[in-house]
Ligand binder design. Structure first.
Ligand code: ADP
Ligand code: MG
Length: 384
């Protein structure tokens, strides 16, 4: 009867939805800086109910008390973090589930974007006193690995790389630029250091050192270039045996990405896009915005090949991957334009649909690879 038809329709819908999921989008508002307060900036962003972001435009700085002149825009996201949010809260809400999934052999990626000074590096790397998502993720990962040590064997490797001016560099062992090539796991940087990590303590120092290897601004020599993208890749390999002693091998990859400053680079229309491309502003960020546009519009062809960054993020954006975006914004009225632009892109990113995340698993049957070794071992035992 009716009931049966409803069930089968619900099931059909479910099976259609099963292969599609969306990107989770979060916004983090940073506190007003001391300098900003001193030079008379006003706060133009409010976060309410952990979801709603209100952006106020003061159209005439002298007339701000006349409410008619205020224009308020409203946005909503999966979660929005007010300026009082701790690093731990940001980590747990945005990335905790992805770490769990990586242990099961699924890929995940988190990227921070926003204008220079909006808080991307603070969110991703943080400071010694207040470590960010990269460090908290690794800490959590090691705690979970320890809990599961009886179920099988986990090995954790780290790689930390930079894309700057269409050149890929290894931040853990700086040297010649790396070449990207395609292999069965996707696009990889040939010769990239894979650092075997055993504990959290060594990791913070390692990442801080890596961050110091990022390209600096030629004019101000200690400041990381606003055009540098940093990507931390955490690869977790897991090996165990099933009931028939077959080896089950799973590999999960978590990518944590501190993008270049988005100011001016994320153009919304094609004309501005082309003129910026001519000015050679940041090919990788432009390419990222083109890919996002193509993904939102459901295009067949996604132009990943246009830049090094989009090649590296291909499996995160369009592949089988849990993807999270954190948009960082400043509260200062002086950054109004950049904040508006960032919120616009964050709002658009909510529309991206990606393939449902699958487990990367390989099963080695007893008697295949193992068989040869076991036979050898038996022979040796018989000799004794
Ligand atoms: P970005 O990497 O986006 O250019 P930073 O992360 O370097 O920006 O942040 C700019 C400044 O603001 C830094 O001095 C940083 O310590 C500070 N800052 C950013 N976010 C926060 C926050 N949530 N709480 C406290 N200070 C922050
Ligand atoms: Mg930074």
């Amino acid at each position: 009867g009716n009931g049966a038809r409803n069930v089968s329709e619900a099931e059909k819908l479910e099976s259609l939805n099963a292969s599609v999921s969306r990107i989770l989008v979060f916004v983090r508002l940073r506190p007003m800086g001391k300098k900003e307060r001193e030079n008379g900036s006003r706060c133009c962003v409010k976060v309410l109910n952990k979801r709603d972001v209100y952006l106020t435009e003061f159209t005439n700085e002298n007339d701000y008390l006349r409410l008619k002149r205020l224009r308020v825009r409203h946005f909503t996201f999966d979660s929005s973090f007010p300026e009082t949010t701790t690093q731990q809260e940001v980590y747990s809400t945005t990335t905790g589930d992805l770490v769990e999934a990586v242990l099961e052999g699924r890929n995940g990626s988190v990227f921070c974007y926003g204008a220079t000074g909006a808080g991307k590096t603070y969110t991703m790397l943080g400071t010694m006193e207040n470590p960010g998502v990269m460090v908290l993720a690794i800490k959590d990962l090691f705690a979970k690995v320890r809990q599961r040590s009886l179920d099988g064997n986990h090995v954790v490797h780290l790689s930390y790389l930079e894309v700057y001016n269409e050149t890929v560099r290894d931040l853990l062992s700086p040297g010649r630029p790396l070449i990207l090539r395609e292999d069965k796991q996707g696009i990889v940087a040939a010769g990239l250091t894979q650092y075997r990590a055993y504990s959290t303590d060594e990791v913070m120092a390692l990442l801080q050192r890596g961050n110091q290897n990022r390209t600096t601004e030629p004019t101000r020599c200690n400041e990381t270039s606003s055009r540098s993208h940093a990507i931390l890749q955490v690869i977790v390999e897991y090996k165990t045996r099933d009931a028939s002693m077959n080896i089950i091998s799973r590999v999960g990859k978590l990518s944590l990405i501190d993008l270049a400053g988005s100011e001016r680079a994320l153009a919304t229309d094609q004309r501005t896009l082309r003129s910026l491309e001519g000015a050679n502003i940041n090919r990788s960020l432009l390419a990222l915005s083109s890919c996002i546009n193509a993904l939102v519009e459901g295009k067949k062809h996604i132009p990943y090949r246009n830049s090094k960054l989009t090649q590296l993020l291909k499996d995160s954006l369009g592949g089988s991957c849990n993807t999270v975006m954190i948009a960082n914004i400043s509260p200062s009225s002086q950054s109004f334009g950049e904040t508006q632009n960032t919120l616009h892109w964050a709002d658009r990113a909510k529309e991206i649909r990606v393939k449902e995340c699958e487990v990367n698993e390989e099963v080695v049957q007893v008697g295949e690879e193992e068989g040869a070794d076991q036979a050898k071992l038996l022979l040796e035992l018989q000799k004794e």
